[in-house]
Design a binder for this molecule. Structure first.
Ligand SMILES: Cc1cc2nc3c(=O)[nH]c(=O)nc-3n(C[C@H](O)[C@H](O)[C@H](O)COP(=O)(O)OP(=O)(O)OC[C@H]3O[C@@H](n4cnc5c(N)ncnc54)[C@H](O)[C@@H]3O)c2cc1C
Length: 458
């Protein structure tokens, strides 16, 4: 019998390790990734000709990045690798398997696969605040992509706002690259970080990196402020300044021309949704995730999940899960098992899970911000829908569930399909209705899950 076609979506740490295991077992997996060079988000590679030393680009992670890039290069001839290719649609095939609608350098292609490994990673989680749609405001991830891929800063005087461990990291990377970082504003207080420190010490090397970034930032004079409130970007045609209230209630205004903002990460889980996977609500990160067993199985018997796309775990977890998930898939295909290798991965993953729980406690998702979002604030920027329109739909038109809210207001119906506004809209709706956020549900995934030219779906 011919080998099954295994399609892996995502060539970050998770997808690459999965591809490696499958190729070692003699399969020729299909690896589809929208990036032009494999590596994913954290190990993003600049375009050919614009390379810089790994130590400059990836700091402490230079060794891991180089190892993964070398792996990607070595794997390319042994797998069916499709770079620069977006999976924008996914549907079940009779009697089994999937069709992947892809848009790549050669145009549209519909690819058949028997099994799926979804390793689609994450993106920034946004929350609206005054001025967040002004030109010059980027997500933290986009600010980092500009630096890693193009060697550019988002402005001459840059302010960074939000929550999550990427905030001090991006501040450090910008300062190291020579950019002027005029403010690093953390909307979460210091206390949860101090409280979580003993549990974070369970992985001393990782904690040490975080402490180093913070101390290095302090030595460079980075103005880091925890517990800030009432952040607003000012400007008419573009960012001119940022104002905020500090933890003590004092008002400040800082001139700047670039703002990076992010309130943590959210899983890119739309492909899992289209594949028919069941989702569960994670009360810690307040997001719906495709269900994933410790061995990497999704609820759908032919779908496997790895990396941030099924729960934010970071790059090391992504690599471990990629390897573990591919071993599970091979076992399900009836291939011989390596029980010792599986057990070692399970132990490492359990240790990482304890560390991650502490990290989530240190950087809670600051959903309390929605209390202060004014009615005239844009929430869905694709369709221009305000917080007031969402609240009115809830009160006057009985929109108490996210898909009904979308149908009535068009929030989440634009080119991003709710990937940017969906979480914020759910928090606003839940807060307005005084119900737990999980009760308003989640936006169902719809093709196209990534923006594509209109002619493609036709
Ligand atoms: C912008 C950004 C920057 C980050 N920077 C850092 C950092 O500096 N340090 C750090 O520790 N962590 C960082 N993280 C977190 C880090 O990315 C992850 O922990 C790690 O990369 C997870 O690996 P992964 O393989 O699960 O996903 P990723 O590395 O995100 O790889 C997923 C890949 O799937 C591709 N993909 C997704 N959907 C599709 C689709 N429909 N079609 C085709 N391809 C698709 C993506 O383009 C990406 O290449 C960052 C996250 C983001 C979003």
């Amino acid at each position: 019998m011919a080998d099954p076609v295994v399609a892996i979506v995502g060539a970050g740490p998770a997808g690459l390790r999965a591809a490696q295991v499958l190729a070692e077992a003699g399969l020729r997996p299909l690896l589809v990734d929208e990036g032009h060079r494999a590596g994913g988000q954290i190990y993003r590679r600049p375009p050919p000709g614009a390379e810089r030393p790994a130590a400059d680009l990836y700091g402490f992670e230079a060794g891991r990045a180089t190892a993964l890039h070398d792996l990607a290069d070595a794997l390319a001839p042994r797998i069916d690798y499709r770079p620069g290719t977006i999976v924008w649609g996914l549907s079940g095939r009779e009697p089994a398997g999937f069709d992947l609608d892809c848009l790549g350098p050669e145009g549209h292609d519909r690819i058949a696969a028997d099994r799926l490994v979804l390793a689609t990673g994450a993106m920034d989680r946004t929350l609206p605040f005054p001025g967040w749609t002004l030109p010059g405001v980027f997500t933290l991830g986009a600010a980092q992509i500009a630096l890693k891929a193009q060697g550019m800063a988002i402005g001459r005087r840059v302010a960074l706002v939000g929550a999550g461990p990427l905030l001090p990291l991006v501040a450090h990377q910008y300062a190291k690259a020579g950019a002027e970082v005029v403010a690093v504003l953390d909307v979460t207080p210091l206390k949860p970080k101090v409280m979580a420190a003993p549990r974070l010490a369970a992985m001393p090397a990782t904690l040490a990196k975080g402490v180093w970034y913070t101390l290095r930032g302090a030595l460079r004079g980075l103005p880091v402020r925890p517990g800030v409130r009432a952040v607003a970007v000012e400007g008419t045609m573009q960012v001119e300044a940022l104002s905020f209230e500090d933890a003590g209630g004092r008002r400040h205004r800082i001139a700047c021309d670039g703002v990076g903002a992010s309130f943590g990460l959210r899983s890119e889980a739309q492909a899992a949704d289209l594949a028919g996977c069941r989702f569960a609500f994670d009360p810690v990160t307040r997001q719906w995730q495709p269900e994933r067993s410790a061995q990497g199985r999704a609820s759908h018997p032919h779908v496997y999940l790895a990396g941030d796309g099924s729960g934010i775990g970071g790059a090391d977890v992504a690599e471990l899960q990629g390897e573990r998930t591919a071993l599970t898939l091979l076992a399900d295909l009836g291939r011989p098992r390596d029980a010792a290798r599986e057990a070692r991965l399970d132990r490492l993953l359990a240790r990482q899970a304890r560390f991650r729980a502490a990290l989530e406690a240190a950087y809670p998702y600051p959903h309390h911000i929605v209390e202060s979002i004014a009615d005239d604030e844009i929430v869905c920027r694709c369709e221009g829908i305000t917080a007031g329109a969402l609240r009115r739909a809830a009160t006057e038109r009985d929109a108490s569930e996210m898909n009904r809210l979308k149908a009535l207001t068009r929030a989440g119906m634009g080119r991003c399909q709710g990937r940017v506004c969906g979480h914020a809209a759910a928090e606003i709706l839940a807060h307005h209705l005084r119900v737990p956020v999980e009760t308003v549900g989640r936006l169902r995934g719809q093709a196209p899950i990534k923006p594509i030219p209109l002619r493609e779906p036709a």
